[in-house]
Design a protein around this ligand. Structure first.
Ligand SMILES: Cc1cc2nc3c(=O)[nH]c(=O)nc-3n(C[C@H](O)[C@H](O)[C@H](O)COP(=O)(O)OP(=O)(O)OC[C@H]3O[C@@H](n4cnc5c(N)ncnc54)[C@H](O)[C@@H]3O)c2cc1C
Length: 380
């Protein structure tokens, strides 16, 4: 028998939905209230920077149809009183809980005059702009969202400039070899790449760079990273530092009735020496939502640590780039198969001789093998 009767889930996207589904699957028959700031049925974000920009509106998230009537859409949690176990909403309503799942995700850094891409509304607005015939698109930030937007804009025949502050796009996530390949891949597909420089201001289509240059663009899109949505936890007593700080089991630090999951959660990863990580990938939110909910029901004593190996894929100008593990932790990297010249290769990343990450270009089978080897903590 669960010791919980009322569970509140804040954030009605991937992690929140998977938490609600897991609660029901585990036989929890108490009250579940899902609070979501967006008005939509939970939807899938990866298509927003891919198929949606090409005109396909399908963003269905399987399982969203299972949500019952204990779902408050268009309502934001503005405060948590962890001692009284109450979540306060933006209309002043207080909801009591015995167990709380924090799944409030992340939001993009936004700049005036720059399109961001996080929500369905963002994607539809950007699509309308791309379709309206703007000639020159400038993308700030060469991460996966910036890269996918640049790729889509090229496919639509636009002139594209990509500005990144690192030596190569996705430098920190992919490492030297693969990010250098990605830079070349962008350029071979007609993207003008400007690297090692920051955008300092955007003023009505005039984009100013740190080296003094100004570039005129018809449309400016930003992929400048995200910030975890934790402001509503201010004053709650929960430890927050670039996300909700959690135990290995996803219980909020020192809490026995609050768990966190998805883009908002930061926890010590058992497979990587307890390194504190916050992962902004689909599969992480997908798995963590369910594990956090199961652990909440089990209680801290019987909870299982979350040790899944992070993995991620992006599509850029027809190439598939995948990562597994945490390449940025590595002290050594080497090409495991193929070569960048063939546009098909895998890079293995190790720390103290143990495999900690992999980056794979156009070779999904290698990713499966390397991910297994990372899970097994194989030596290189
Ligand atoms: C354009 C785009 C493309 C992507 N492509 C990929 C990809 O190819 N591969 C990949 O692995 N990942 C991709 N991702 C990342 C992936 O979508 C995220 O990791 C995932 O959505 C995280 O889910 P989440 O539920 O943790 O958070 P979110 O999806 O951020 O959802 C959080 C929800 O909580 C709501 N919320 C926030 N604060 C409150 C509050 N106080 N009260 C109530 N509700 C609140 C928000 O409105 C939001 O609906 C992409 C993301 C974007 C934006």
């Amino acid at each position: 028998m669960s010791r919980l009767n009322r569970i509140v889930v804040v954030g009605a996207s991937l992690a929140g939905l998977r938490a609600v589904q897991a609660l029901r699957r585990e036989g929890f028959d108490g009250e579940v209230t899902l609070v979501g700031a967006e008005t939509h049925v939970p939807y899938n974000r990866p298509p927003l920077s891919k198929s949606v920009l090409h005109g396909d509106d399908d963003v269905t998230l399987p399982g969203a149809e299972e949500l019952g009537d204990q779902w408050l859409r268009g309502r934001q949690a503005v405060r948590l009183d962890a001692r009284d176990r109450t979540v306060t909403l933006d209309d002043g309503t207080g909801i009591g809980y015995d167990g709380l799942v924090i799944a409030s995700g992340a939001r993009p850094r936004r700049l005036d005059g720059v399109h961001a891409l996080r929500t369905l509304e963002d994607a539809l607005a950007l699509r309308a702009e791309l379709e309206s015939g703007h000639e020159h698109v400038l993308v700030i930030g060469g991460g996966f969202i910036g890269g996918e937007v640049a790729s889509t804009a090229r496919q639509l025949g636009r002139k594209v400039t990509l500005v990144d502050s690192a030596p190569y796009p996705m430098y920190s996530g992919l490492g030297e070899e693969a990010s250098r390949w990605l830079a070349g891949h962008h350029e071979r597909n007609g993207v003008e790449l400007i690297t090692n420089v920051r955008v300092t201001a955007v003023d009505g289509g005039q984009v100013r760079l740190g080296d003094g240059r100004t570039i005129a663009a018809d449309l400016v899109v930003g992929g400048m990273g995200v910030l975890p949505n934790t402001e509503w936890l201010d004053g709650s007593g929960l430890a927050v530092d670039d996300g909700v700080l959690c135990e290995p089991t996803l219980f909020a630090a020192k809490s026995a009735d609050i768990v966190a999951a998805g883009d908002v959660a930061r926890w010590p990863h058992g497979l990587f020496g307890g390194e504190m990580v916050r992962v902004e990938h689909w599969s992480n939110a997908n798995e963590q939502g369910a594990v956090a909910a199961r652990n909440l029901l089990a209680g801290p004593e019987d909870a299982q640590p979350f040790v899944d190996v992070p993995n991620f894929a992006t599509h850029v100008h027809g190439a598939r780039v995948q990562t597994a593990g945490l390449p940025h932790l590595a002290d050594a990297a080497s090409i495991a198969t193929g070569s960048p010249e063939e546009d098909r290769f895998a890079v293995a990343f190790s720390r103290h001789g143990v495999l900690v990450g992999a980056v794979v270009v156009n070779s999904p089978k290698d990713l499966i093998k390397l991910k297994r080897a990372i899970t097994a903590r194989e030596s290189v």
